[in-house]
Design a protein around this ligand. Structure first.
Ligand code: ATP
Ligand code: MG
Length: 706
């Protein structure tokens, strides 16, 4: 209690009295002291009228500075003296001006009344203190809430549906794109700030919350479009309608910015959608890819089918072209030669009929020459068809090439230089020496024709090895070591188109009559039949090199006996069994044999020959065609040898289907002669085989075979 009384006695006696009733008192001498002493702990102020006679200003200031809850009760002890009346009245008024809470007590006053007034003032002050504590608790709670909502970025709002007053805190305003000091209204801020697409849904949620029949809860996510900044934000609003006992509603709650979460969700959804889309596209792509592959495969198959069809057609037409060329070529050349033979024979026949025998020799020679040319032609054809009878032996190719030196030089012109580049220590090649000679000659003539203005001709030999890798790429030759003979020129060369056709029989770029187109065909057939190969390297203007590869021999060379001088050797009545199916050939050979003074037994095939062979008939030699109907010549020889182990046998063959390589075909005391043959050749062979010292047997009468 603060006591202020200017007259020391009053203050002291009241202070004593109150101390006796457990009040804590403090005496202030003047209004200034009183003002300074006023604070939150002050309970009641007891003041006498006289104390207020001075200025009240300090007191007014002190009271104005009190907290809102504080309204310190004053007890004013008034005086009833008439003289002081107006003054007191003024002081009392002045005091009530600044104090709402004043009790005026008239003096003199009894102790009981004073104490009762003090008690009641103290109770009122006590209620103020309680209010103060409650306010403090409330403020603390609010502060906690504020801090918590601030920390969680939660905005708060409240809406009174009756008055339509809307309260937004700063964060709530911010979520509607409004500055902190903006005024807000339900329509102008909340409704207007909602995103058009979410507005209906949000207002429906508000309506549900305000519905007295519902649970009052409100929980919704909506978008706002910033009223001043235009920014779209995602908001989660939660709240509740609370009703007082009178039924008055308060709708309040919080808002949180969930834009980041929504963005993340949207991004996630977008990426999932993108992933799904990609997956679908991939699926689609796979499907189209599969389909494309299938389509393309079908296309390719169709293409391949049509291509192989076209290729087959092309091959067929090429084959027909080649056959046509071949047939035409043979027909043409044979016609020429037959014309020579038939013409000469006609003239001879006519002259003989007229008894003119002079000059017959000339026509006979002409006929023979034509026939020889025909024979040479067939020989080359047979060579190409690999049906010639090769007499293969280990051969020294270097020696063979050198022996040709003279012949080759005579075949070329002076403006062509001939060089040999022969590999030393060249192994022997398995080949038919005669055929190889003729191949080299053919190539030399080709080279000569390619160098009309002269040039260089080189004949080269070497060892070449084809390994498995090479043979895998070029399967037309077996891997292994080969002897190579190359004939190279510096002539006009060949275009790829010509190169492609040079091995075809009768392919020639030379004017009619100058080339038959059989040279390279023969070389090719010969090399292939020998188990080798031919390769040509040529470019227009850069010359040509033709290389023949021949297999290397494992044996040493067979000493070749020099060809016996050609002359006719007569027999002396020895018996020859002649087996030949072609009647004209048989007649011819029989005539020749008889001319040579042999006795001939004829048979047209093996069936006719066999009984003769099995009989006791003396036979010195069997001359047999190889290609017989039924049992062939070689098989017949087998049977003959079963009966007559020492019987010499001479085969005559036109082409060697089964007698390609003589070495493997012939047995002991067997020999071969190829058609057409000269009488000299036949007589020499027979003389070689039939022992001349054998006792001539009496010629048997001819046994007709047919
Ligand atoms: N050394 C070469 N240089 C340029 N072209 C060549 C050479 N050798 C051959 N040819 C070409 O190849 C074609 C065929 O040659 P091939 O030896 O088979 O027949 P030919 O020489 O025309 O006639 P044949 O040799 O039968 O008398 C020749 O017409 C020529 O066009
Ligand atoms: Mg030629």
């Amino acid at each position: 209690m603060l006591i202020s009384a200017p007259f020391g006695r009053d203050a002291a006696s009241v202070s004593r009295l109150l101390a006796g009733h457990d009040y804590d008192t403090s005496v202030c001498a003047a209004v200034g002291d009183l003002a300074a002493a006023l604070d939150d702990r002050t309970g009641v102020v007891l003041v006498t009228e006289e104390a207020l006679s001075g200025g009240l200003e300090p007191l007014r200031t002190a009271l104005a500075a009190q907290p809102a809850w504080s309204d310190i009760p004053f007890i004013l002890l008034a005086s009833r003296r008439e003289a002081d009346g107006p003054l007191n009245e003024r002081a009392r008024l002045r005091l009530t001006e600044i104090l709402a809470n004043t009790i005026v007590l008239e003096r003199p006053i009894g102790t009981a009344s004073l104490l009762s007034a003090i008690r009641s003032a103290m109770r009122s002050r006590q209620r103020q203190f309680e209010m103060r504590d409650r306010l403090r608790d409330l403020a603390e709670g609010e502060e906690r809430l504020r801090l918590a909502t601030g920390a969680a970025d939660i905005g708060t709002w409240e809406y009174d549906p009756e008055s339509e007053i809307l309260i937004y805190d700063t964060r709530c305003r911010a979520l509607f794109g409004l500055p902190a000091d903006a005024a807000v209204t339900y329509q102008g801020s909340f409704v207007a700030g909602l995103h058009e697409e979410d507005r209906e849904r949000a207002l429906a949620a508000v309506g549900r919350s305000l519905d007295p029949g519902g649970d009052g809860y409100y929980d919704i996510e909506y978008r706002t479009v910033g009223l001043q900044d235009g920014i779209v934000r995602w908001v989660n609003a939660r709240g509740r309608t609370i009703r007082s006992e009178t039924g008055r509603a308060r709708f309040l709650g919080t808002v949180v910015d969930i834009s980041a979460r929504k963005q993340a969700e949207a991004a996630l959804a977008a990426s999932q959608a993108a992933l799904r889309r990609e997956g679908e596209q991939l699926d689609q792509l796979n499907r189209t890819l599969e389909q494309k592959v299938a389509e393309r495969t079908a296309e390719l198959e169709a293409e391949m089918a049509s291509r192989s069809h076209a290729e087959a057609a092309l091959r067929q037409s090429q084959k027909m072209e080649a056959v046509g060329q071949l047939t035409g070529g043979i027909a043409h050349d044979f016609n020429n030669m037959l014309t020579g033979v038939i013409g000469a024979m006609d003239i001879m026949k006519r002259r003989l009929a007229n008894g003119r025998t002079d000059d017959l020799e000339r026509f006979m020679d002409a006929a023979a020459a034509s026939a020889q040319r025909a024979a040479a032609l067939t020989a080359r054809l047979l060579a190409f068809s690999r049906r010639q009878s090769l007499d293969t032996k280990p051969t020294d190719v270097n020696a063979l090439a050198q022996s040709l030196d003279d012949l080759l030089r005579r075949s070329i012109r002076e403006n062509i230089a001939l060089d040999f580049a022969l590999a030393p220590d060249l192994p022997l090649a398995v080949t038919d020496a005669n055929q190889l000679e003729s191949a080299i000659l053919n190539l030399t003539i080709n080279a000569r024709d390619a160098m009309p203005d002269g040039g260089q001709l080189t004949i080269e030999t070497n060892i070449v090895e084809f390994d498995a890798a090479y043979a895998a790429v070029k399967p037309d030759i077996e891997p292994g070591r080969y002897v190579m003979i190359a004939v190279a020129d510096t002539g006009v060369g060949m275009t790829p188109e010509v190169l492609e056709k040079v091995f075809e029989p009768f392919f020639s770029t030379k004017p009619t009559g100058q080339g038959t187109g059989l040279g390279l065909s023969m070389v090719y057939g010969f090399a292939r039949q020998s188990g080798g190969q031919v390769r040509i390297h040529s470019r227009p203007g850069e010359g040509t090199s033709v290389k023949i590869y021949l297999p290397i021999a494992e044996q040493s060379p067979v000493a070749t006996t020099p060809d016996a001088p050609v002359m006719v050797i007569d027999g002396h009545g020895q018996t020859v069994l002649l087996v030949e199916d072609d009647q004209s050939v048989r007649l011819l050979v029989r005539d020749v044999l008889e001319e040579l003074r042999y006795v001939t037994i004829e048979a047209s095939d093996a069936d006719t020959a066999l009984p003769i062979l099995q009989s006791d008939q003396h036979i010195d030699l069997m001359v047999s065609d190889v290609g017989l109907p039924g049992m062939n010549g070689r098989q017949l020889a087998e049977v003959a040898r079963a009966h007559r182990p020492d019987l010499p046998i001479l085969f005559v063959t036109g082409y060697a289907e089964n007698a390609a390589i003589r070495a493997g075909f012939l047995g002991t005391n067997m020999a071969m002669i190829t058609k057409p043959f000269a009488i000299e050749a036949l007589s020499a062979k027979i003389a070689e085989m039939v022992p001349s010292d054998a006792d001539p047997v009496q010629p048997d009468p001819k046994i007709p075979a047919e």
